[in-house]
Design a protein around this ligand. Structure first.
Ligand code: FE2
Length: 236
């Protein structure tokens, strides 16, 4: 079994992830040691905070891949899009930064408020052939509502953070992540690694999934599910 990580901040110096190339390589090495053969770099796209240009992302990716050795996981380009005005404008002109430039894209929300009209907008994007992928659904307070979580999980692929599953992102987040996993609402689990310490926490999340949900669930959440999303498909 080889895992695929849909969410990480390994590119050097462009957001709050790896500050330099050495750290980026160390994170990739740690993910490789955990069993990941593919890793998606998902730098933040967040107005007013981190909005690296495509050129800056490409340059950081080229720098990391040039320093890359064969034993490290393959590295793909993507983004973590905050649901803000920049995202909305990009979605109107079909220009959301996505997984390998394909139909699947990762987005995040602010934890306390669901944007007005979000479900309808997601539905429109889905109808237009996009695969909407929600980062860390365990963070969003509104998704403590089981019915809303279930409804949304049909419109977008939930990707929980493995450190949250292990309990490192707070008690409520841990409970919410585990409940979503146990209810079968989650399509993938990812590291969201900003540093090597996050990868150690992710290892505990993987162990929890294997112990509580079984080996087949681990394969679905960390191998076949994320690979389907990377290929632009909504996993079963
Ligand atoms: Fe992230």
């Amino acid at each position: 079994m080889a895992f695929c990580d849909l969410h990480s901040h390994v590119l050097a110096g462009i957001d709050d992830g790896a500050p330099d190339l050495t750290t980026g390589l160390a994170i990739l090495g740690a993910l490789g040691a955990l069993g990941f053969s593919e890793v998606c770099a998902t730098p933040h796209q967040k107005a007013g905070q981190y909005l690296p240009t495509t050129e800056a992302i490409d340059a950081a990716w080229a720098q990391l891949t040039a320093a890359h050795t064969r034993d490290l996981p393959a590295l793909h380009r993507a983004a973590e899009n905050m649901w803000d005005d920049v995202f909305f404008e990009r979605s109107q002109r079909d220009a959301i930064p996505s997984y390998r430039g394909g139909p699947a894209f990762l987005f995040e929300l602010r934890p306390t408020t669901m944007p007005v009209g979000m479900i309808e907008h997601l539905f429109r994007l889905q109808t237009a052939g996009k695969v909407c992928v929600m980062a860390h659904p365990e963070r969003y307070e509104a998704l403590q509502d089981d019915d809303l979580a279930e409804r949304l999980s049909r419109t977008c692929a939930f990707v929980v953070d493995l450190p949250a599953v292990a309990g490192y992102h707070g008690k409520r987040e841990c409970k919410q992540a585990r409940r979503m996993l146990e209810r079968g609402l989650v399509r993938a689990a990812a590291s969201d690694a900003h540093n090597v310490g996050d990868v150690k926490q992710a290892a505990e999340g993987l162990a929890w999934i294997e112990k509580k949900l079984g080996a087949a669930a681990l394969t679905r959440l960390c191998d076949t599910g994320p690979r389907a999303i990377l290929a632009g498909e909504m996993p079963d």
